[in-house]
Design a protein. Structure first.
Lengths: 165, 749
């Protein structure tokens, strides 16, 4: 049975004819939409490597069946930068060395973007650590990740104040 | 520590600069291509069926049910699996481990592959694998240090001796006026790189292309060539990025071999990515250890003996014994030192090297036992270690190539605020009434070199190209090796093209053992020097060059030009020299390794001191590491930013060892009960606060031409003991089993 599905992925409308209801959003992105930037680390919602934004919220894409997302707006790591201009969170991750092997990094960055949008951590390092604790990093680049999120939060806050003024 | 240093680029000294990762943009935009991100046309997905028993044989698989599932293309099982050309039971090359690839129906450990399903989609392959529903004839599983069969081993880890004795052990015990005799235990631990073992295999006749994360790229080609009966040069391994390795991705394993076999069998490319739970079995781990430490001191608090016996688990069919007792060599000045190892055979996959192999487990036990000794005589733990400071390598008497450990102790202690620490336990509380404890440990890791080759090219346009099959698993090889190479060619980084991560390049050696930067970097350095030497020969022999007649020794390379020292007017750009010589690129080659003679002359280690603070709830005994300061001396630091990250990562592995990681076995079935990230705990971001790294300056003229030691593994040593000691200091309870758990403290309270 084929199920038609329409998604907006990174700003582009994608019409998908899904031939299997078991396909997760993660596998849809990686294996069928040629967007392998989102990573699989556990496939059961325990590591956060597959974090993407769906309608602005961060989720584990391995835990969502693609078929349930008709009409949804999905943002992945590939859709974060504006051309060659990195998103402030991406730039901060490089600057603060918030990764080593880079495998959990797409998930960390998407989670950080989600966390900042939620506005629940502000510039409190402890709350950032807590809010980023769904994203495992075996290289243990946690110090740099926290610094990067802190830095990006402040920069984005300053930018939005400048825009408002 | 985390302040960003912005320094101007100084030509000719790219090394030492805290530049950001050269692969940074690729990694933050999702453009870095890891193995399973490849999707060749016609690719099939493979999923293996893991054994749910630990010993016995498979008696039935419902192959018809699996094959009937839409999308399933093939089921591979012992009944139809092609024989490998090279016997996986043979061990006829270096670092060969026995593995299971459906060559028979036997099961030797849980999660061993017992069948493989190929399908058009991951979903179909996963469903097909579930439908196989294997049935078994199971035999009782033997797991755990007490459940297995102890046996005397013939050879230690990496070919090290089973037993090493320096001095008179009996005399050392006899001379002791105070002794400690304790037993520490460490559990089985699993590497769990975030990227599971993956492979995309593609055959073209008898040529094999593999996209896979690999820590030993060129060496592995020979291994795959052996198993598949093709010449090593027919194997191309592409491993531009590894999603972590930690020792687990340097060896051939059964699942990856099966995927390659499957691709050959069906004549289509095959992709396999292990599930997280499948990582607990066929891809290596750190064996469990039981270590007995007997330490003796005299009335002056000087060691008379350091006697370290270790027993470690290995599989029933291969030998890899965690060399835990080796950690007692090279560290403290005892006149008598003994390390000895023994094995225990259990029904699990074969262990292998895992970050800090031997040293991590051994240091955990040794550093805690040292504190037990200090505690018994009322000495400050740091003072006790300083009293037993080794000025030369204990036992051998060899001088250290360099050793700034005293400075590590001093700087670490000062930053931490160690002075004034109460000697007795349970003396400190914070404002919230939490118990506070401080502990420390010495960090030590050898500075080996392996063998590597490299090529360096100076092109007619004045840019450089360097090549070596080095592997970047996160340690920063793409960046630090390029820094070294740029210096060797006298070029700024932006005029250098750096190629690595593929087996068609010169052999970059193994990314492991904390020796990759020294080894691959050494090869790049000599290759660059060779290219510059050839360029210089052209210039000084050319009457049209301002360098004519300067002689090879009188010229140096910087910023794309050759200069005569002290004579500003005498210099010439690479572009002009090469153009006049006909425009052909200048090619240099290089290699690196350590001569046996150099290895005999000096003892070579990275050193460090780690200080830990823990806070513990006095009623519930919840434990938090609230501060961790590590001071390390590791020779020349090529990139301070990346080095700090490596050392921090190692220290967090220390937190993990001390408080989190442990595979727990169901004794009835031999299966691991916590084989996923919900049950197998590693630190999360909230577990890491107050982390500080100090790198202590150290010039080492002996370790290698570049003065490089290693920083990949030392961070875990020292840290585990420091945390264990801090927990004792907070509570007065000495737990001799890792990880230290709430229930351990409750039981002792």
């Amino acid at each position: 049975m084929l199920s038609p599905l329409t998604l907006t992925v990174n700003g582009t409308r994608r019409d998908v004819m899904l031939d299997d209801p078991r396909v997760t959003l993660l596998d849809l992105l990686r294996e069928r939409l040629a967007l392998p930037g989102t990573k699989k680390g556990c496939d059961r919602g325990q590591c956060g490597a597959c974090t993407v934004l769906v309608d602005g919220r961060r989720i584990n894409s391995c835990l969502v069946l693609a078929i349930t997302l008709d009409g949804a707006e999905v943002t992945t790591i590939e859709g974060l930068a504006d051309g060659d201009a990195l998103h402030p969170v991406q730039a901060a991750f490089i600057e603060h060395d918030g990764f080593q092997c880079g495998y959990c990094t797409p998930g960390q960055i998407m989670s950080a973007v989600g966390l900042i949008a939620e506005g629940q951590a502000g510039d409190d390092p402890d709350r950032i650590r807590e809010g980023m604790s769904g994203n495992l990093c075996r290289c243990a680049a946690y110090h740099g990740i926290t610094q990067a999120v802190l830095d990006a939060t402040r920069r984005m806050d300053a930018d939005s104040k400048r825009t408002a003024a | 520590m985390s302040d960003t240093l912005v320094q101007p680029t100084r030509f000719g000294s790219n090394s030492g600069q805290p530049i950001t990762r050269r692969d940074g943009i690729a990694k933050v935009t999702g453009a870095a291509t890891f193995a399973a991100d490849n999707h060749p046309d016609g690719v099939l997905h493979a999923v293996f069926v893991p054994a749910t028993i630990a010993r016995g044989r498979v008696t039935h698989l419902d192959i018809a049910a699996a094959k009937a599932h839409p999308g399933v293309v093939e089921v591979i099982h012992p009944g139809n699996c092609p024989k490998l050309a090279g016997d996986p039971e043979s061990k006829n090359f270096m670092f060969a481990f026995r593995f299971d690839a459906l060559q028979n129906s036997n099961v030797r450990y849980a999660n061993q592959p017992v069948a493989l399903v190929l399908a058009e989609t991951i979903e179909a392959a996963t469903a097909g694998a579930a439908l196989l529903a294997p049935q078994y004839e199971a035999e009782p599983a033997r797991v755990g240090l007490d459940g297995g069969v102890p046996y005397p081993i013939e050879i230690g880890a990496f070919g090290s001796p089973v037993q090493v004795v320096h001095g008179d052990i009996a005399a050392g015990h006899y001379a002791a006026t105070k002794t400690v005799d304790v037993i520490y235990e460490t559990p089985e631990q699993y590497h769990n790189a975030m990227e599971t073992h993956a492979v995309v295999a593609h055959w073209d006749g008898d040529h094999l292309t593999l996209d896979m994360p690999n820590q030993a790229i060129v060496m592995s080609c020979a291994a795959y060539g052996f198993y598949f009966g093709i010449p090593a040069e027919n194997v191309l391994i592409r491993s531009p990025y590894l999603g972590g390795g930690f020792g687990s991705k340097a060896f051939v394993n059964g699942p990856q071999v099966l995927a390659i076999l499957a691709a050959r069998m069906v004549g289509r490319p095959v992709k396999m990515m292990l599930r997280r739970d499948q990582m607990f079995g066929p891809t290596g781990h750190r064996g469990a250890t039981r270590q007995r430490l007997r330490i003796g001191i005299d009335d002056a608090g000087s060691l008379t003996v350091l006697d370290h016996e270790a027993m470690a688990t290995t599989s029933t069919f291969d030998d890899f014994i965690e060399g835990a007792a080796n950690a007692s060599h090279g560290i403290y000045a005892a006149p008598a030192i003994r390390s000895t190892h023994q094995g225990v055979r259990v029904d699990i996959g074969t262990p292998g090297p895992m970050r800090g192999p031997g040293e991590a487990s051994g240091s955990a036990a040794l550093e805690c036992a040292m504190d037990e000794m200090a505690e018994q005589v009322g000495l400050d733990p740091l003072e006790f270690r300083l009293r037993n400071y080794a000025e030369t390598e204990p036992g051998t008497g060899k001088p250290y190539s360099s050793k700034a450990l005293r400075e590590c102790y001093a700087q670490g202690a000062a930053r931490f605020g160690w002075a004034g620490r109460p000697l007795a336990a349970r003396q400190m509380r914070d404002d919230n009434g939490l118990l506070v404890g401080w502990g420390m440990g010495t960090a030590l890791f050898p500075s080996p070199m392996f063998a590597a080759k490299a090529r360096a090219v100076l092109r007619a346009d004045g840019t450089g190209l360097v090549e070596t099959a080095a592997a970047d698993m996160g340690q920063g090889a793409w960046t630090v090796l390029a820094q070294i190479a740029a210096d060797s060619l006298g070029l700024p980084l932006d005029r250098l093209e750096f190629r690595a991560g593929s087996s068609d390049l010169p052999d970059g050696g193994v990314a492991g053992g904390s020796g990759h930067t020294a080894t691959a970097g050494g090869a790049l350095h000599t290759a660059g020097q060779d290219a510059i030497r050839r360029l210089t020969a052209l210039a000084v022999a050319d009457p049209a060059s301002p360098l004519f007649g300067a002689g090879n020794a009188g010229v140096f390379a910087r910023d794309g030009m050759l200069h005569v020292p002290g004579d500003e007017g005498r210099s010439e750009g690479y572009v002009d020299i090469i153009a006049r010589a006909g425009g052909a690129a200048i090619i240099g080659t290089g290699s690196a390794g350590r001569s046996a003679e150099d290895g005999e002359r000096h003892a070579m280690y990275s050193h460090g001191a780690v200080f830990a603070e823990v806070k513990i709830d006095p009623d519930l005994y919840q434990m938090r590491v609230t501060r961790l300061v590590g001071a390390f001396a590791a020779g020349r630091i090529i990139n301070p930013r990346l080095t700090e990250s490596q050392l921090m990562g190692g220290m967090i592995w220390g937190i993990s060892f001390a408080l989190h990681e442990e595979a727990r076995f169901d004794k009835r079935t031999g299966r691991i009960m916590n084989g996923d990230f919900a049950g197998y705990h590693i630190p999360v971001n909230a577990d890491v606060t107050g982390l500080e790294v100090i790198t202590v300056h150290e010039d080492d003229p002996h370790v290698n031409a570049l003065g490089i030691k290693g920083v990949g593994e030392i961070g875990i040593t020292g840290t585990v003991g420091a945390i264990g000691n801090a927990i004792w200091h907070a509570t007065g309870s000495r737990v001799r089993r890792f990880p230290i758990r709430i229930e351990d403290l409750l039981a002792l309270a």
